[in-house]
Design a protein around this ligand. Structure first.
Ligand code: HEM
Length: 504
């Protein structure tokens, strides 16, 4: 008598697919919207096949909770594409590094030191100084009566701010060179490369992306080398660095010493630490900087942009944000990160913006072992996409989900208790679990503070003037939830003269 064979694993529901390409043909950008439509038809956990890669898409808070609470270790890998491997020096950083000892070491270093609360606080003046060129550019446009392309100015500001946090004393020419290169790297990392999914296409470089990436990587690597060498020289000579100074420096308590350190100082110090669990190599440092610069620049810039666009379309909310800032700060200085605890409406508007337009709309993971989710089986090596964007708009939890209503996040509001870094799953713009965004603290300071300065210093009008509204279309390229059309607004200086703008 033969014993019955076990039933085949039951995969989550799936739309009809095609041979070889599976469901690739369904994947229209922006992908988070396509996934949302699939979920509306098939439910909150859907299985698809992109070429030879099995994928599941999670689109509700309950499924996200089950995955992150129940299987965090199993889904703590990140899928790595051919171009991500190149730019992360073969996974030497941590954003694209498999879950393991190296990732744990780098992640700990990142969360506790490089992007930890103390460093974020210490680098506040650096971020504030990066705001000055943005405000000056807007002021100049206001004087000429011209519109400002805020999409362009905000990405410039965001890249400059992160580059300055990495190396506060790099020459201006290096910071300028970084602008175009960072844009090129983030563009390539966000591009859909068919090679990653269809083995038949591997090695052919049908879209020419590898060739392009090789050139960009060479130039970006040279730039990173320049930044590191400049820092090494600065540490060797004088500032704060000749032998005498270093001796003096070492005598100080770590907290005092860290006061003058930027991210590269911290990395170089760790690289020289013989007792560290993992020896930081130059490759690790470069990949680390690449991770921080690419993960932080577009997402932050896009969030300031969406926030301003939403406020333009909701004059009542704009009025409340302004009144709050004016009441707290007055007109004789420019609002800053230190004022944020006294600006609850601004913070509520920030969270409401993240709910509707999460900078990174999908948290990408990869499973390392078989999992049972919602009574289905998810095979090992499956790409797991958590649709953060869809979860923020789920009508099961959010009343009138498409409306921009910062009041939800005000004390006593329906969502007041939902902290973006909390362990609930209805509002998770920074992902969650051990692989969640390590820069939540930084983004919570830098994004609302930049928006606040723009709104405090200028009145804004929609540039085309026809409808008086800003269009809210989403771009269909890249990994970030970005605007489709540039945000063009006409500024008028509101504080005239702008206080202490040159000495910011
Ligand atoms: C509003 C701005 C931002 C948003 C909405 C955002 C969102 C996210 C999300 C959703 C993830 C994936 C989390 C997951 O898989 O669970 C992530 C990862 C990450 N973010 Fe952010 N982020 C922002 C700003 C930043 C900034 C400013 C930096 C750095 C300066 C940064 C660095 C990173 C890194 C390095 C990772 C990968 C972490 C890992 O794999 O362990 N992010 N972010």
């Amino acid at each position: 008598r033969r014993s019955p064979s076990p039933p085949p694993p039951r995969l989550p529901p799936s739309p009809p697919g095609l041979p070889v390409i599976g469901h690739l043909h369904l994947l229209r950008p922006p992908v988070h919207r396509t996934f949302h439509e699939l979920a509306a038809r098939l439910g909150p956990l859907v299985h698809i096949r992109l070429g030879s890669t099995h994928c599941v898409v999670a689109s509700s808070a309950d499924v996200a909770r089950e995955l992150i609470h129940g299987h965090d270790a199993t889904i703590s890998g990140r899928p790595i594409t051919a171009l991500a491997r190149l730019f992360s020096y073969g996974s030497a950083g941590f954003a694209f590094t498999p879950y393991g000892p190296q990732w744990r070491f780098l992640r700990r270093l990142c969360v506790s030191e490089v992007l930890g609360p103390r460093t974020v606080e210490q680098l506040r003046p650096v971020r504030r100084a990066s705001l000055a060129p943005l405000l000056r550019a807007v002021l100049a446009a206001a004087a000429r009566g011209e519109a400002v392309n805020l999409t362009r100015e905000l990405i410039r500001f965001s890249i400059a701010s992160i580059i300055r946090m990495v190396a506060s004393d790099v020459p201006g020419s290096v910071a300028d060179e970084a602008q175009d290169l960072v844009k090129a790297v983030t563009g390539l990392l966000g591009a859909f490369n068919v090679e990653d999914y269809v083995p038949l296409c591997r090695g052919w470089d049908l879209q020419g992306l590898r060739r392009e990436a090789a050139g960009v990587h060479r130039r970006f690597d040279a730039l990173l080398e320049k930044m590191i060498r400049h820092k090494e020289e600065a540490r060797d000579h004088g500032r704060p660095g000749n032998a005498e100074h270093q001796q003096e420096d070492k005598k100080q308590a770590p907290a005092t010493r860290q006061r003058n350190m930027d991210l590269l100082d911290i990395l170089l110090e760790k690289a020289g630490d013989e007792a560290a669990d993992v020896k930081l190599t130059r490759e690790n440092m470069k990949a680390f900087i690449t991770d921080v610069v690419t993960a932080g620049s577009d997402s932050s810039a896009a969030t300031v942009e969406w926030m301003l666009a939403e406020l333009m379309n909701h004059p009542e909310a704009m009025r409340k944000v302004r009144e709050e800032i004016d009441a707290v700060v007055g007109g004789d200085r420019i609002v800053g990160e230190a004022d944020l605890p006294r600006l609850p409406y601004l913070q509520a508007a920030f969270k409401e913006t993240l709910r509707l337009h999460p900078g990174a709309p999908i948290a990408h993971r990869v499973s390392t072992a078989e999992m049972a989710v919602r009574r289905c089986t998810v095979p090992p090596r499956t790409a797991v996409f958590i649709n953060v964007w869809a979860i923020g708009r789920d009508p099961v939890f959010w009343e009138d989900p498409l409306a921009f209503r910062p009041e939800r996040f005000m004390p006593g509001g329906a969502a007041a208790a939902l902290e973006p870094r909390g362990q609930h799953f209805q509002f998770m713009p920074f992902g969650g679990g051990r692989r969640g965004c390590p820069a939540v603290g930084l983004a919570q300071q830098s994004v609302p503070a930049a928006l606040a300065a723009l709104v405090q210093c200028f009145d804004w009008a929609v540039a085309d003037g026809e409808t008086g509204f800003v269009d809210m279309d989403e771009s269909d390229v890249g990994l970030v939830c970005a605007r489709k059309h540039p945000l063009l607004l006409r500024p008028t200086a509101r504080l005239n003269p702008l206080p202490a703008i040159v000495s910011l």
